[in-house]
Design a protein around this ligand. Structure first.
Ligand code: PLP
Length: 394
């Protein structure tokens, strides 16, 4: 006998993973150069040189027992202190090691937060479409709570406050925000954040318990225009838990390193921090990878070279508009989310697949009629794929 839920999840991989696997199979037949894989968000820009230097220095100077051994469950004290210092320098805060819990990437950070805040199967987490599809798995199967989806506001991918206001109720435990956003590339404006935090404060008072803001921030540093500001949410809302990851900023997606930031301002801070530790324990994470805790301590705040993503965004955006796709210009992350001409995203992706062009249907992100194009690829791959996008638009 097997757990049917996890069996089904294991048998039915996500569309993104399916497409990625299909691309690898096709590459073996037709050659990697002839596959235009825009399916997965695997950074193609190398990690900054500082990461390599840090790894070499750590391996050459520290004892293997320290470098590769267990750390405390919440992460080595010096690593948490270094990350807190970096945040303080950038955001004018005064965090210490006690505000951080290091994790196996943002996925683990999110799972830990959902588990921490779930008190009964009736508890609800609000997710704003378009969303990272794994949220639903982490909330429903991981934490045993309910995911409540607010439909996308596709004009500018900000928030549909009318629907959001209606859907908040006494079962609401938290709202998940992801800005810069996967898959739309949108960044919430300061006005959106003001409206959101005002609403959450008012609703928390009305229902008599805090509604948390879970800020999923793997793309925090990936913004492309000087006038794009990514508000630092703990400075705007006291009950914010930040789920951060170095997967994208440092191009370390496979190394699995990130954190939960638990500011002192959260309600019942000490208990909340303890519950985060308890959730990590229940989920069996033990501790975040030891070597990469040390790398994060040295490299937090640095980024890979983001100029290629910006170049890719501009190239793809201008071309798709010229071909007649309707597209909101992404402000950050490395995804574009245009509408397909006949609004049948699944059929479009199937037709694209016949041409070895791999893009993901928007319905997987809760916004049918769109496709997600992950442009963290070589610029040349985009240049060579443009005629296919043009052909498909016709
Ligand atoms: N959240 C979002 C919005 C993502 O796009 C991703 C990965 O693509 C994750 C979380 C998970 O990131 P990590 O690799 O740090 O687990």
């Amino acid at each position: 006998m097997l757990n049917p839920t996890v069996l089904e999840l294991g048998q039915k991989r996500s569309t993104i993973r399916e497409l990625f696997a299909f691309g690898q199979q096709r590459a073996a037949i037709v050659g990697a150069d002839n596959i235009f894989d825009f399916s997965i968000g695997n950074p193609n820009v190398p990690a900054p040189d500082a990461v390599k230097q840090a790894i070499l220095e750590i391996l050459n100077t520290e004892s293997p027992a320290l470098t590769h051994g267990y750390t405390s469950a919440q992460g080595a004290d010096f690593a948490r202190t270094a990350i807190a210092n970096d945040l303080n320098a950038r955001f004018g805060t005064s965090y210490g090691a006690h505000n951080l819990y290091l994790t196996v990437g943002a996925a683990a950070a999110l799972s830990i937060c959902f588990k921490t805040l779930t008190t009964s199967p009736q508890d609800e987490f609000i997710v704003l479409a378009p969303y990272f599809p794994e949220y639903l798995v982490f909330i429903e199967q991981g934490a045993g709570a309910r995911a409540v989806v607010i439909p996308a506001q596709t004009t500018d991918f900000q928030i549909d406050f009318e629907t959001l206001t209606q859907r908040i109720n006494p079962n609401t435990r938290a709202i998940v925000v992801n800005s810069p956003n996967n898959p739309s590339g949108a960044v919430y404006t300061p006005e959106t954040i003001q409206l959101l935090t005002d609403l959450l404060r008012a609703k928390s008072a009305e229902i008599g318990h805090p509604i948390f803001l879970i800020s999923d921030e793997p793309y925090r540093e990936l913004v492309y225009d000087a006038d794009t500001v990514v508000p630092f949410l703990p400075s705007h809302y006291e009950n914010t838990l930040v789920c951060y990851s170095y997967s994208k900023s440092l191009s370390l997606a496979g190394e699995r390193i990130g954190y939960v930031l638990i500011p002192d301002s959260v309600t019942d801070f000490e208990q909340t921090y303890a519950a985060i530790c308890g959730a990590g324990r229940v989920l069996g994470y033990v501790n975040a990878p030891s070597l990469f805790q040390r790398v994060a301590a040295q490299c937090s705040g640095l980024t890979a070279d983001l100029s290629i993503y910006r170049k890719n965004r501009d190239l793809l955006y201008d071309a798709l508009n010229a071909y007649g796709y309707s597209c909101t210009k992404p402000k950050g992350a490395f995804y574009m989310f245009p509408q397909v001409p006949d609004l049948d995203d699944a059929a479009f992706c199937e037709r694209a697949k016949q041409l070895d062009l791999l893009v993901v249907p928007g319905r997987d992100f809760g916004a049918a009629g769109h496709i997600r194009i992950s442009y963290c690829v070589q610029t040349e791959t985009i240049e060579r794929a443009l005629p296919l996008f043009e052909q498909l638009a016709r």
